[in-house]
Design a protein around this ligand. Structure first.
Ligand SMILES: Cc1cc2nc3c(=O)[nH]c(=O)nc-3n(C[C@H](O)[C@H](O)[C@H](O)COP(=O)(O)O)c2cc1C
Length: 166
């Protein structure tokens, strides 16, 4: 069991849809808190064994709220946790990249990451919906995350009080 902080930012609900799918799968085996980036407290940051961060691409990079969250991870000096990231984006040239920027922060914090640059999901238009096939891709991604955590978090000791109501 690990404390999993499953955080997203979502303007139109598409990134949230991916986050909820991941949260559903992981909560079968772990203590999972799925929430918007803006609500994350320092206490949750300190107690999380696993960070899953999902961001829409906004102007070729992570959204403002995710950028703030990443700064808070750095400020809290969290080190050596497990980090998994993804973004949602348009399928076009010059879409930019949020996930690799999140992965870069994970790597600067010596996080164990599942993939070098994470995963991404395409939306039809800025408002969504997710493109055909992306919902099942999210479900497969969630299964892969589950296996990865089980391998990587064998020795994770769950900090007590990992709760929204602590
Ligand atoms: C202000 C703004 C800037 C955006 N910039 C980009 C971009 O640079 N590249 C891209 O692929 N999509 C861009 N998009 C589209 C978003 O990726 C899309 O709205 C998002 O994936 C939808 O996720 P959400 O429903 O969780 O907000 C932008 C959307 C907004 C609202």
């Amino acid at each position: 069991m690990a404390n999993v902080l499953n955080v997203y930012d979502s303007f139109y609900g598409n990134t949230k849809e991916v986050a909820l799918s991941i949260g559903r799968t992981l909560s079968e085996k772990h203590t999972v808190i799925t929430m918007e980036a803006a609500g994350v407290t320092d206490d949750l940051i300190i107690k999380a064994d696993v960070f899953i961060i999902g961001s829409p691409i906004h102007y070729w990079r992570p959204s403002q709220k995710i950028a703030v969250l990443l700064l808070r991870l750095q400020r809290n000096r969290v080190r050596g946790r497990i980090g998994i990231c993804y973004d949602t984006r348009l399928e076009k040239m010059m879409a930019g990249n949020a996930v690799s920027k999140i992965a870069r922060v994970f790597s600067s914090l010596h996080f164990i990451t599942m993939l070098g640059k994470g995963e991404y999901f395409f939306v039809e238009t800025s408002k969504g919906p997710l493109k055909l096939g992306e919902v099942s891709k999210a479900e497969r991604f969630a299964d892969r995350i589950l296996s990865f955590i089980e391998g990587a978090a064998k020795d994770a000791t769950q900090a007590p009080g990992f709760s929204l109501h602590a």
